[in-house]
Design a protein around this ligand. Structure first.
Ligand code: 5CA
Ligand code: ZN
Length: 425
């Protein structure tokens, strides 16, 4: 699929430190250790509605990962999928009397515009489920041929993964069976379905049903792919096993990321699928998780349409830590607009407070499990000092040069804020 245009990324002097991130599987902050090219897979949208601020917050968190790695000297191979065939698309298209393909294409196009406006670095591979179907079918067949998958005998043609044969099952989420059964029922699984070998076995391939689209499938069974194998297959076919970060919102910890890992590990006979499983917390509105099914959404495109500066939206979402569940409020946006205006005033000054500590400090804060609030506080301090000095008429104290930069030129801080936080001042 077409990705979206990349924003300009200024190069900063020197290199930032190694990135540490909280890994859900190990339940601790760990140092990421990418090769020269870091590899990241982040679960993409299901395009039946516009991008809301919850989606945006999650993609912004992984955009920071991308930026911190690049600043540390790595190239980054970033992959994202689009779940462009799934029940929610059919339901919404039916409700609105439109074609589910047209709906998916339109919402994906809007998502690209939102990501561009928010200055999110684009994935190198942006892959739709539909375009990946031939390869997904091959992977399902491999599992089936290896005796790790089985077909139900109820005439539907549905194929499941036998997780009793998956030694790693449960190691991503760390959840006990009771929790898994509950979350599976809540999040699209079918633990009570008759004929499965185990209640927690996930669907790999859904046989064709009346009125649903279908494609030629494994062993000639027409149908469409299950959700988890979509991401396992797309990741394997682009960045392979053992990639550095598997990302998404915390609602994907189980079942989605558990099963993607189990599928891929079964397919390849190797471990791990990802070195670290990283999850962004949920953005809520009025005390509830922001979700399409609850309908309590604030859309990025609506804010843009209302003339809100996308950089204020970005700053508002980064003002909270990515692992803290938090609410979107009008006050949060107002505070970000004020902060943005202050920073813009400061970088427009002819001379500012020393930039060296801002560079070191912002790098250090972001490398520490993406402490964006800490990084923002450092820029606040710099902006306040620069504006105070300008107001008092006294000249700024002498500062040490950062490479060939003029350390008291506020444009240096403009580059730091741009490259590391993605905010265009
Ligand atoms: N297509 C699948 C992933 S393969 C999917 O979950 N799509 S989605 O459109 O429902 O969500 C897209 C991304 O946004 C996922 O990473 C999801 O975890 C995240 N997300 C959804 N709602 C929120 C929210 N309220 N706050 C933060 N992130 C959210
Ligand atoms: Zn996914």
């Amino acid at each position: 699929m077409l990705s979206w245009p990349a924003p300009l990324l200024p190069t900063l002097p020197g290199a930032g430190p190694a990135l540490r991130l909280y890994d859900t599987a190990r339940q601790e902050v760990v140092e990421t250790r990418p090769d020269r090219t870091a590899r990241m897979y982040v679960c993409g949208i299901t395009p039946y509605d516009a991008t809301h601020l919850g989606h945006a917050a999650t993609y912004l968190a992984f955009d920071l990962v991308n930026r911190v790695w690049r600043d540390a000297g790595h190239a980054v191979h970033y992959v994202q999928n689009v779940t462009d065939v799934d029940d929610p698309l059919f339901e919404r298209a039916d409700r609105d009397g439109e074609d589910w393909i047209v709906l998916g294409m339109r919402e994906t196009a809007l998502f690209r515009e939102d990501m561009t406006a928010l200055r999110v670095l684009p994935p190198e591979d942006y892959v739709g489920a539909v375009e990946a179907i031939p390869r997904i079918v091959g992977h399902v067949e491999t599992l089936w041929d290896a005796g790790l998958a089985y077909q139900l005998e109820d005439g539907t043609g549905d194929v499941y993964h036998d997780v009793s044969q998956a030694p790693g099952f449960g190691s991503e989420s760390g959840y006990d069976e009771e929790t898994m059964l509950r979350l599976s029922a809540e999040r699209g699984g079918d633990p009570d379905r008759a004929g499965k070998r185990s209640a927690l076995d996930p669907l790999l391939w859904r046989g064709v049903r009346d009125g649903e689209p279908s494609w030629p499938g494994p062993r000639g069974v027409a149908g469409r792919p299950g959700w988890h194998v979509e991401c396992a297959a797309i990741a394997l076919d682009t960045i392979g096993m053992g990639f550095d970060v598997q990302g998404g919102g915390s609602d994907l910890v189980f079942p989605h990321h558990e099963y993607s890992a189990v599928h891929a590990e079964g397919l390849t006979g190797t471990k791990p699928f990802a070195q670290a499983y990283v999850h962004a917390a949920m953005i809520g509105l009025d005390g509830e998780k922001m979700s399409k099914s609850r309908g309590n959404l604030v859309f990025v495109s609506r804010l843009r349409g209302d003339g809100v500066d996308s950089m204020a939206v970005r700053l508002a979402l980064l003002a909270g830590h990515y692992r803290t569940d938090r609410a979107w409020t009008p006050d949060l946006l107002a505070a970000a607009e004020e902060r943005l205006a202050t920073w813009r005033r400061a970088v427009a000054l002819p001379i500012g407070a020393p930039a060296g500590p801002v560079l070191t400090g912002v790098r250090e804060r972001l490398a520490d499990d993406l402490d964006s609030p800490g990084a923002i506080a450092l820029v606040d301090t710099w902006a306040a000092a620069s504006l105070a000095e300008a107001g008092s008429g006294s000249s700024a104290p002498a500062a040490e040069a950062v490479d060939d930069w003029d350390p008291q030129s506020p444009t240096v801080v403009r580059d730091i804020v741009d490259a590391l936080l993605g905010i265009d001042l």
